[in-house]
Design a protein around this ligand. Structure first.
Ligand code: KIV
Ligand code: NA
Length: 276
C-alpha cells in the first residue's frame, strides 16, 4: 500500500519529520524506495537535471506525465507527488483541474503540487474538491524566476514576510494537505510551521519545518552547474561515476576489457569447421 496523505497528517501530529526526495526515472525511484524515502516528488526540476535547461520553464505536461509514469511503475510504497509545470494551472481553474487530473490518471501520481499562495487558493480549493490532494509551494517559486529576477531568499522584510504568512494561511484554508517553503529565512519558516496545522516541507528554509525536500542530483553530487547553499552532498556520486567511466574508456582502449570472464565459449570443432 502506498503512503497516503492521511499518513502524512498523522506524521505531523506525532512530530515525525517528513522526508521528500525528487525522483524522475526508474533507477533513482527504486533506490529511493529501497532507502525508505516516504515521499517522492516528480519535480519539474527535471527540466534542469534531466533535460539540461537553465530553468523549469520549458517543462511540459507531457514531460511530467512521462516521468510520473516511470516513478509510479517501479514503486509501490512512497506517496508520489506530481509537479504541475509552468503555465499548466494558471490560465484558469478548468485548465488546472484538467491537468491535475492528467497527472493522476495518466501519470499515476498520488497527488499534485503547484506553486503559488493567495492567488492560487481558489484553484487549490477546486482541485481538492474534485478529490485530488494538493501540495502547495510558496516562497521562492522557481516557475516565477523571471518575475523574481533570480533565485533569492523570500520574506526577509516585514512586508514580504507578512505576505508569505498570508500565502501559507491561504493555501491551508484552500485545503492543501502540505506546503513546500522554498528559500525562506529559518525563523520565518519556523513561525509559519507553528501557525499551520498542515505540515511544512522546507528547502532552504531551515530546521524549523516539519519536513525537508531535496533534489536527488543535488544531495548526491550529480549536478555541478551550481551548488545551492541549501544542499548538502551526502555522497560524491558524480566524481565516482566519472572515475569509473574513465576507467572503462582506458580499459577498452588498452585491451584490458572485456576479459575471458566477460566472454562466451563454443565448441572448438565448430570454429575449425567454419574456418575450412
Ligand atoms: O521540482 C522540484 O524539484 C521542486 C522542489 C525543489 C520543491 O519543486
Ligand atoms: Na518544482
Amino acid at each position: 500500500m502506498r503512503l497516503t496523505i492521511r499518513d502524512i497528517r498523522k506524521m505531523k501530529d506525532s512530530h515525525e519529520r517528513l522526508v521528500m526526495l525528487t525522483a524522475y526515472d526508474a533507477t533513482s525511484a527504486r533506490l529511493a524506495q529501497a532507502a525508505d524515502i516516504p515521499i517522492l516528488l516528480v519535480g519539474d526540476t527535471l527540466g534542469m537535471v534531466v533535460q539540461g535547461h537553465e530553468s523549469t520553464i520549458p517543462v511540459t505536461m507531457d514531460h511530467m506525465i512521462y516521468h510520473c509514469q516511470i516513478v509510479a511503475r517501479v514503486t509501490e510504497k512512497p506517496l508520489i507527488v506530481g509537479d504541475l509545470p509552468f503555465m499548466s494551472y494558471s490560465i484558469n481553474t478548468e485548465q488546472a483541474m484538467a491537468n491535475a487530473a492528467r497527472l493522476m490518471q495518466e501519470g499515476g501520481a498520488s497527488c499534485v503540487k503547484l506553486e503559488g499562495g493567495t492567488e492560487m487558493a481558489p484553484t487549490i480549493a477546486r482541485i481538492v474538491d474534485a478529490g485530488i490532494p494538493v501540495m502547495a509551494h510558496i516562497g521562492l517559486t522557481p516557475q516565477s524566476v523571471n518575475q523574481f529576477g533570480g533565485f533569492r531568499v523570500q520574506g526577509r522584510d516585514l512586508e514580504t514576510a507578512r505576505k508569505l504568512i498570508e500565502d501559507a494561511r491561504a493555501v491551508q484554508a484552500a485545503g492543501a494537505f502540505a506546503v513546500v517553503l522554498e528559500l525562506v529565512p529559518e525563523r520565518l519558516a519556523h513561525l509559519i510551521t507553528d501557525m499551520l496545522d498542515i505540515p511544512t516541507i522546507g528547502i532552504g528554509a531551515g530546521i524549523g519545518c516539519d519536513g525537508q525536500v531535496q533534489v536527488f542530483h543535488d544531495i548526491l553530487g550529480l549536478f555541478d552547474e551550481f551548488v545551492p547553499r541549501h544542499t548538502t552532498r551526502f555522497a560524491e556520486i558524480g566524481t565516482a561515476i566519472q572515475a569509473a567511466l574513465s576507467q572503462y574508456r582506458s580499459d577498452v582502449q588498452a585491451g584490458a576489457f572485456p576479459t575471458e570472464a566477460n566472454s562466451f565459449k563454443m565448441d572448438d570443432t565448430i570454429i575449425a569447421t567454419l574456418r575450412r
